[in-house]
Design a protein around this ligand. Structure first.
Ligand SMILES: Nc1ncnc2c1ncn2[C@@H]1O[C@H](COP(=O)(O)OP(=O)(O)OP(=O)(O)O)[C@@H](O)[C@H]1O
Ligand SMILES: O=C(O)c1ccc[n+]([C@@H]2O[C@H](COP(=O)([O-])O)[C@@H](O)[C@H]2O)c1
Length: 242
């Protein structure tokens, strides 16, 4: 039985989709900081079966899911969710959010967490405008990409959208940008929050490259994931490196 009072506000659910080839500390730290900042009840890590905007991943979906499960073990609020793997076809985020909206009901805040690189490409996503009907967006910094906001504002001011953003995103932000992150917990969907997460210059691409070259990837991803990779002899072939 839940210990929350009957009229307690519904805590938001975080959603972090990715190819996770492999999962690394950039993903995990982002999810942890988002969980803390927004008091997320849980964060769902959703490996894409067939990621829409990139070539098919070199690593089978079962192994990408296996690595996510290894990485999340022991964290009570983090869950691997294989809904996109079970669904088959292109892993459109809009379809995933429709499923989650049915699962959690109309009132629960859903927060789609994504890095600045993914956010810049948003206008090319399948039915991207529908995403805002289904969830909020929390946009995180990535050191190798320009931040989605312009010059760095003083700590207490909300960051302003950057001039380099595609016009379609500027239009969306003019209406939907949340002045405070806390607003994302107050309604089910529709806002965009900019997140001052700890910038970590870690990517799955750089990890695949290190492993392919026989170099160490320690401390870029959990030891349990490195053991999984060794056990299953992953990331040894040329075709896995772009
Ligand atoms: N270091 C990071 N900091 C913040 N966000 C990240 C980081 N790495 C990945 N993300 C975000 O996590 C989500 C899933 O990323 P993905 O699984 O594609 O990892 P990746 O490291 O970008 O992979 P690849 O190098 O293969 O493109 C995306 O929204 C991405 O922007
Ligand atoms: O729905 C879309 O059209 C769409 C287009 C590109 C990316 N996505 C999702 O964005 C997440 C990050 O994608 P990627 O390729 O950076 O791993 C992952 O969950 C993808 O399924 C979704």
């Amino acid at each position: 039985m839940s210990s929350a009072p009957a009229n307690a506000p519904l805590r938001p659910i975080g959603v972090l989709g990715g190819t996770f080839d492999p999962i690394h500390y950039g993903h995990l730290r982002l999810a942890e900081e988002a969980r803390e900042a927004l008091a997320l009840e849980r964060v769902l890590f959703i490996p894409a079966g067939d990621p829409p905007h990139r070539p098919a991943p070199g690593t089978p979906a079962a192994h990408r899911l296996g690595m996510v499960r290894c990485a999340l073990r022991g964290h009570a609020a983090f869950r691997a969710d294989d809904l996109e793997l079970r669904r088959g076809g292109k892993s459109y985020t809009v379809t995933t959010l429709e499923t989650l909206r049915r699962r959690y009901g109309p009132h629960r805040p859903l927060v789609l967490i994504l890095g600045a690189d993914a956010f810049f490409g948003l206008p090319s996503w399948h039915q991207w405008q529908r995403l805002f009907e289904l969830a909020h967006l929390l946009v995180a910094m990535r050191p190798d990409f320009p931040p989605p906001w312009g010059s760095e504002p003083p700590e207490d001011d909300p960051p302003e959208p950057g001039a380099g953003l595609p016009p379609a995103l500027q239009e969306v932000l003019a209406v939907r940008r949340a002045p405070k992150l806390a607003h994302l917990a107050e309604t089910p969907a529709g806002l965009v929050g900019f997140f001052r997460n700890t910038p970590l210059a870690i990517s799955a691409t750089s990890i695949r490259r290190l492993l392919h070259e026989g170099r160490s990837a320690r401390y870029l991803l959990p030891e349990a994931v490195l053991r999984y990779i060794a056990t299953h002899s992953l990331y040894q072939g040329d075709s896995l490196i772009p």
